[in-house]
Write a protein that binds this ligand. Structure first.
Ligand code: WQD
Length: 332
């Protein structure tokens, strides 16, 4: 199968590319490199020994995208590409709507024109807003509190309508919880430019003394220790979920949560990270971050039943692999 991975030089995309190549599939990546680095292609080759066809292109450029679809004749698309910083989306909402929606509509119109029927879409647990109960099931009410999350919700609606108009399409929506960790080799991982928005990249920067202290946003939530609880899933387990989604024989429009089903608090993760890596992480408790919810974790029973999805990596693996990646990729 020849698979297009949009945003394939990014964190989850690159790990998925590795697993696809290892499964014997052919991979083509389109990435505009605004949030990723081209040397990821060399890392993927070093891990798998395989080449990838790469186009540095903006998915919002329909004419260029059509030329690639015409030339490559894809069998499937995994669509990761998109702007994804919650805070930034509040500051520049138009940029988020324009980029995330137009790029997706361009992908869909090229799929229609060149008769590509299979799509796996990278959605997010953020579409659940503040859940009514836990664990979260796929049929829970959807609501969003920031433009980034709203673009994901809008794209899910677009996919639903496009499927209704053409039920030969085979669409899988994957709602990720909190991806962390890195490839065991230490060649691939998450290393955002500048000050990280997310918890694990921030912990790693404090542990490696690139940042002085971790601010823990609130300790007065109704959780085990007052700090926010999330469902952290190893990026390699997440990548595997995409392989299973591609190979899924069930046709139609399908939606799955990809999480571990376990909630971990900020303090639990920080303490686990310190213990596993034998490194101190300086932190201080500060005010809550606006828009944060107390707890969020998945039920992935549906993915387990229909895709055979299971999580193989532990929280210890996630902490070890995250630290290993940054230690190997910064001159520390
Ligand atoms: C996790 C916990 C924070 C940073 C976001 C997006 C979601 C997805 C994953 C894209 C919370 C706390 C964090 C820090 C902290 N992204 N925290 N200090 O907010 O659950 O989800 O990223 O799809 O869509 O919404 O992840 O890592 O930002 O926060 O105390 O410096 O860590 O309050 O409890 P979040 P996060």
């Amino acid at each position: 199968m020849k698979v297009l991975i949009t945003g394939g030089c990014g964190y989850i995309g690159s790990h998925t590319a590795v697993r696809l190549l290892e499964s014997g599939e052919e991979v083509v990546i389109i990435d505009n490199l605004i949030n990723s680095k081209i040397d990821v292609l060399d890392k993927i080759k070093e891990i798998t020994g395989k080449n990838i066809t790469f186009y540095q292109e903006d998915l919002c450029n329909l004419e260029e995208l059509r030329k690639i679809f015409k030339k490559e004749k894809f069998d499937a698309v995994i669509h990761f590409a998109g702007l994804k910083a919650v805070g930034e989306s509040v500051e520049i909402p138009l940029r988020y709507y324009q980029n995330n929606l137009v790029s997706t509509m361009n992908i869909l119109s090229c799929m229609q024109e060149f008769n590509v029927l299979k799509l796996v879409f990278s959605s997010s647990a953020t579409v659940y807003g503040s859940p009514k109960s836990l664990p979260i099931l796929e049929d829970f009410p959807l609501s969003t509190t920031n433009p980034y999350g709203t673009t994901k919700l809008m794209i899910e609606q677009i996919l639903t309508d496009v499927y209704k108009a053409n039920n030969k399409l085979d669409i899988t929506i994957l709602r990720y919880f909190n991806p962390i960790g890195a490839h065991k080799s230490g060649l691939l991982g998450e290393d955002p430019n500048g000050i990280p928005n997310n918890l694990m990249p921030y912990i790693v920067k404090v542990a490696t003394k690139q940042l002085p202290v971790l601010n823990i946003f609130g300790s007065d939530y109704d959780t085990i220790d007052g700090t926010g609880v999330r469902d952290y899933i190893h990026v390699m387990d997440l990548a595997e979920g995409h392989i299973l989604a591609l190979k899924n024989k069930k046709k139609g429009l399908k939606i799955y949560n990809l999480g571990t089903g376990k909630g971990t608090s900020v303090l639990e993760l920080v303490n686990m990270f310190s213990k596993i890596n034998n490194v101190k992480v300086n932190y201080k408790i500060v005010d809550r971050r606006p828009g944060d919810i107390a707890s969020c974790y998945a039920s992935s029973l549906k993915a387990n039943k229909e895709l055979g999805f299971t999580c193989k990596y532990t929280l210890e693996d996630m902490c070890k692999d995250s630290y290993n990646f940054v230690k190997k990729n910064s001159n520390l």
